[in-house]
Design a protein. Structure first.
Length: 396
């Protein structure tokens, strides 16, 4: 009872703080909510069980590598944002166009990732907890989103973003409080565990490559130019990545040493069952957070993909036709693959985009005579291309 009250109090307190008018009035915070909607979304829910199961006691080190890697890739995008704001864009336009097409395709795959997790979480606490029913729910949501985009556009749905991010972050704070209690209790009993990894070497590296999408989303700050000035967008990306890294690292440390191997579940909704061991209230809160997070992120990426297709095709592909393309591809992925494969595909797609952005940053830095920085961005481009080529899915 005390733990349940503590969790609910944490959710309520953080919910009030996030809805505080002073915070909502901050341009930087409002700009941060867009990248946060993606960074701390689907990935947060699936990443803990995956890392704990596959890497054991080394899971926090892998999480740190993912956070550092994503921050460096964000640095390349931030460099490009400043170059564009200063009017110095020495790179060939073709590379920028190719990069935008890569992002549009990555959005298509990421929506499949979000909505397949939506379906899985939607049925997770029901008698219909089965992959077929999850795919039916996913397909239905695809049709709803495509229908709204075709007939009404996304303005009404986009208004949900701040609310959904606030709800999600408040529930995550409640989750961390629950995990903290559980961790301290296990520590007091001398029952903390140090699991050995299930994989090592090349397999461990390529699986890490395949998980980059779980910390993706920071790039969205680049595309808020119609609302925020360049420095606000740069700052919002940095702060969003710092905040998400702190939350991710806390979460992974708490989960990695508190669950014995026999207590670990391994599925896209494993976190729901694992948190049920702590208290029955956490699974209910997590499912609510999952549904809000997946739906809002899917709407945002659907809108972004449709808009990019229209812009890049010179309006030959209208946004609403882009939504149809996204839906058709997404339904195909839903019915012929599983969530873990889609995570890998999405990681590869975003890695291509990050590689091209890093290459652009290297060209810009070289043009400005910053050779050391140019070499660093070039190395990032090579690393991102390696992620795209070698990233692997989790094998269930």
């Amino acid at each position: 009872m005390i733990l349940n009250l503590a969790i609910l109090a944490a959710v309520a307190i953080f919910g009030v703080v996030l809805w505080w008018p002073g915070l909502r009035a901050s341009a930087t915070w409002r700009a941060m909510t867009t990248p946060l909607a993606s960074i701390i979304g689907s990935g947060f829910l699936v990443l803990g069980p995956i890392l704990d199961n596959q890497y054991g006691a080394y899971a926090p080190a892998v999480m740190l590598a993912l956070c550092v890697g994503s921050y460096l890739l964000g640095g390349a995008i931030r460099y490009n944002m400043r170059a564009m704001a200063a009017g110095t864009t020495p790179w060939p336009q073709g590379i920028e166009t190719l990069s935008s097409w890569a992002l549009s395709f990555a959005y298509i795959v990421s929506v499949a990732y979000y909505l397949n997790l939506f379906g899985a979480f939607a049925v997770s606490l029901t008698p219909f907890d089965d992959v077929i029913f999850a795919r039916i729910v996913t397909s239905a949501i695809y049709l709803v989103i495509a229908g709204v985009g075709w007939t009404l556009g996304f303005k009404s749905l986009e208004a949900m973003e701040y609310l959904s991010v606030s709800v999600k972050l408040a529930i995550i704070m409640g989750l961390l409080v629950g995990l903290g209690f559980f961790f301290v209790e296990k520590s007091g009993q001398g029952a903390l565990v140090f699991l050995g990894p299930q994989i090592s070497g090349w397999a461990a590296l390529t699986l890490g490559f395949g998980l980059i999408v779980t910390v993706q989303g920071f790039e969205t700050s680049r595309y808020l130019g119609a609302t925020y000035d360049p420095e606000t967008r740069v700052r919002s990306m940095k702060w969003a990545q710092w905040l998400s890294a702190v939350i991710y690292m806390t979460y992974i440390v708490l989960i990695s040493y508190a669950f014995a191997r026999e207590d670990l579940q391994f599925s896209e909704t494993a976190i729901v069952d694992m948190m049920g061991v702590i208290t029955p209230i956490l699974p209910l809160l997590l499912v609510a957070a999952a549904l809000a997070a997946q739906f809002s992120a899917a709407v945002a990426d659907t809108s972004g993909s449709g808009g990019l297709m229209a812009e890049l095709s010179g309006q030959r592909i209208r946004p609403r036709m882009g939504y149809v393309i996204l839906t058709v591809v997404g339904l195909g992925l839903t019915w012929v693959t599983d969530v873990f494969q889609i995570i890998s595909y999405a990681s590869r797609a975003f890695a291509v985009y990050y590689a091209l952005q890093s290459a652009i940053a290297a060209l810009a830095a070289q043009q400005q005579g910053r050779r050391l920085r140019a070499a660093g961005f070039a190395a990032l481009a090579v690393l991102a291309f390696a992620v795209a080529v070698f990233g692997q899915a989790v094998e269930v």
